[in-house]
Design a binder for this molecule. Structure first.
Ligand code: NAD
Length: 256
């Protein structure tokens, strides 16, 4: 796609493998000429992220660990980014987690632990990351988080993750209200279902994909490239008037 992000630097958080939506965003931004910094959850993802990044056109050398459950790890990550590159122009938050057993059966069976874990990783992390990234966005910036229709409506088996996504979407609005005066925009992309490591954890995920193919206005499932191109738009000046918004990239399923 033709948006140019040359000379701009973005942090991509949440690449686990080549199916990750974060990887779709990385490819779109790489094609737009942006400089990219990658963060990964823990050691077990490091090699796969490094191998993938090596396949991109640009030379994106800064690849850092950042476990979002650990305040010190988040602070260290952004301090390193500040020391290495100084200014960033935005970041993509593509991070979520819930226990497998909470993504099936009745929501009313959600454990306290499972509830807090899902909210900690999938929702609170955005606020903490925004706080740490703000000083690096001295020229203004754009923060993009990923959400799902299950944060607006009850979807089968999405359960506690839907409640965490509702919290994430409201966090996007409160952060947009706070950070707007610093010319930092905060938006969410509500992606249609895509087969990834995380979505595999949602019980009966295949039925959800089939339903989209049958019923969504565009009669097809969402691709990581479609989400990536929307993220490139949200990172570009083309979207300079948009903040606190949730844009659905879901073949139109949300209107039904
Ligand atoms: P994914 O498994 O590829 O990505 C999830 C990422 O979260 C992984 O890279 C994982 O390492 C990271 N993560 C988990 N715990 C972490 C921690 N403690 N610290 C740092 N990182 C951590 O799956 P995905 O589907 O690409 O998910 C990316 C985002 O897209 C998530 O927010 C997800 O909810 C959202 N989303 C996914 C779909 C879908 O159908 N796949 C639809 C809408 C929204």
């Amino acid at each position: 796609m033709s948006i140019s992000l040359k000379g701009k630097t973005f942090v991509i958080m949440g690449v686990a493998n080549k199916r990750s939506i974060a990887w779709g965003i990385a490819r779109s931004l790489d094609q737009s000429g942006a400089n990219l910094i990658f963060t990964y959850a823990g050691e077990r993802f490091e090699k796969s992220v490094r191998d993938l990044v090596a396949t991109l056109e640009g030379n994106h050398e800064l690849i850092l660990p950042c476990d979002v459950t650990n305040d010190e790890a988040v602070a260290t990550c952004f301090t390193t980014i500040k020391e290495e590159v100084g200014t960033i122009h935005g970041l993509a938050h593509c991070i979520a987690f819930a226990k497998g057993e909470e993504l099936a059966g009745d929501f009313s069976d959600t454990s306290r632990d499972g509830f807090l874990l899902a909210h900690n990783i999938s929702a609170y992390s955005l606020t903490n990351i925004a706080k740490n990234a703000k000083p690096l966005m001295a020229e203004g910036g754009s923060i993009v988080a990923l959400t799902y229709i299950g944060g607006e409506r009850v979807m089968p088996n999405y359960n506690v993750m839907g409640v965490a996504k509702a919290s994430l979407e409201m966090s996007v609005r409160y952060l947009a209200a706070d950070l707007g005066k610093h010319n930092i925009r905060v938006n969410a992309i509500s992606s249609g279902p895509i087969r990834t490591l995380s979505s595999k954890g949602v019980s009966d995920f295949n039925s959800i994909l089939h339903e989209i193919e049958e019923k969504a206005p565009l009669r097809r499932n969402t691709t990581p490239e479609e989400v990536g191109d929307t993220a490139a738009f949200l990172f570009s000046d083309m979207s300079r008037g948009i903040t606190g918004e949730t844009i659905h990239v879901d073949s139109g399923f949300h209107i039904l």
